[in-house]
Design a protein around this ligand. Structure first.
Ligand code: ATP
Ligand code: MG
Length: 213
C-alpha cells in the first residue's frame, strides 16, 4: 500500500506551495532529452508545482538495489507509481511531473509530453555530461527505438501523448512549445518522430560509419 506523500515531502522535492486545480502533465523521454531543464523553465512560466521522479526515488529510497558498475538503480515501480499518484492527486495547482520512468507507469495526468532528440546529438549531450559509455549507448538505442513514445502510448493512450523534437531547439523554445500545446494554441500534433536508420549505428556505438563499396 502506498504511504501518502506528505505535503512537506512534495514541497521539499518541488520547492512549491499549493492552490487551485489545474493541468497535470508528465514530461518524459530518454535520459538527456532535456526533461529537467525544460520542466524547470515551464514550472516557472506556469507557476506550477514540479515533481522530479528521480528525486522522489532517492528521497523515499524506492529502489531495491544499485548496480555497482554504473550506479543504475532497480526501482520499485509499483510503489513509485502509487506515491506519485497520491502526490499528483493531492496537488491543487498545476503540476509538472518529470522523469523517464513516467512512461513506464500509469499516472493521473491529463497530458504526456515525450521529449525526443536525434540519437547522435543525444549521444553528444550525454558524453558532455560524463554518462558512463554503456549508459550512453543504451540510451541512444532506446531513443532510436522510440522507447518512451511506445510506452507512453501504451500506458496513457495515443490521444494524451505529444512528442516534441528538441534536437535543434533551445530548452526555452521547447518550454514555449509545451505551453502552446497546453493552452490549446497548438491544435495539431506533428508527424510521429522517428530517426533515420543510417545514423543509428554511429549514434549507438559512437564509431564513425565508413562506406563500404
Ligand atoms: N533543448 C536543449 N538543447 C541543447 N541542450 C539541452 C537542451 N535541453 C537540455 N540540454 C542539455 O542536455 C543535458 C541534459 O539535460 P537534462 O538534465 O535536462 O536532461 P534529462 O532529460 O532531465 O536527463 P535525465 O533523465 O538524465 O535526468 C544538459 O547538459 C542540458 O543542459
Ligand atoms: Mg533529469
Amino acid at each position: 500500500m502506498a504511504i501518502p506523500l506528505k505535503r512537506f515531502t512534495l514541497r521539499k522535492i518541488s520547492g512549491s506551495s499549493v492552490s487551485s486545480a489545474k493541468p497535470k502533465i508528465l514530461i518524459t523521454g530518454v535520459p538527456g532529452t532535456g526533461k529537467t531543464t525544460v520542466a524547470r523553465l515551464l514550472s516557472e512560466k506556469m507557476d506550477a508545482a514540479l515533481l522530479d521522479i528521480n528525486k522522489l526515488v532517492n528521497v523515499l529510497k524506492l529502489y531495491s538495489s544499485v548496480d555497482e558498475t554504473d550506479g543504475a538503480k532497480v526501482v520499485r515501480l509499483k510503489e513509485l507509481q502509487d506515491e506519485l499518484a497520491s502526490a499528483i492527486k493531492a496537488e491543487k495547482r498545476s503540476i509538472i511531473v518529470e522523469g523517464h520512468l513516467g512512461c513506464e507507469m500509469k499516472l493521473p495526468v491529463s497530458r504526456v509530453i515525450v521529449l525526443r532528440c536525434e540519437p547522435k546529438i543525444l549521444r553528444a549531450r550525454m558524453v558532455s555530461r560524463n554518462y558512463p559509455p554503456a549508459k550512453v549507448s543504451a540510451n541512444a538505442l532506446s531513443e532510436a527505438l522510440d522507447y518512451c513514445t511506445v510506452w507512453s502510448e501504451k500506458n496513457y493512450g495515443k490521444k494524451k501523448v505529444w512528442e516534441l523534437d528538441t534536437t535543434e531547439k533551445s530548452a526555452k523554445q521547447v518550454a514555449d512549445e509545451i505551453e502552446k500545446i497546453l493552452s490549446g494554441k497548438t491544435k495539431k500534433k506533428g508527424k510521429s518522430i522517428s530517426f533515420p536508420d543510417a545514423l543509428m549505428r554511429e549514434a549507438i556505438t559512437g564509431e564513425k560509419i565508413r562506406k563500404i563499396f
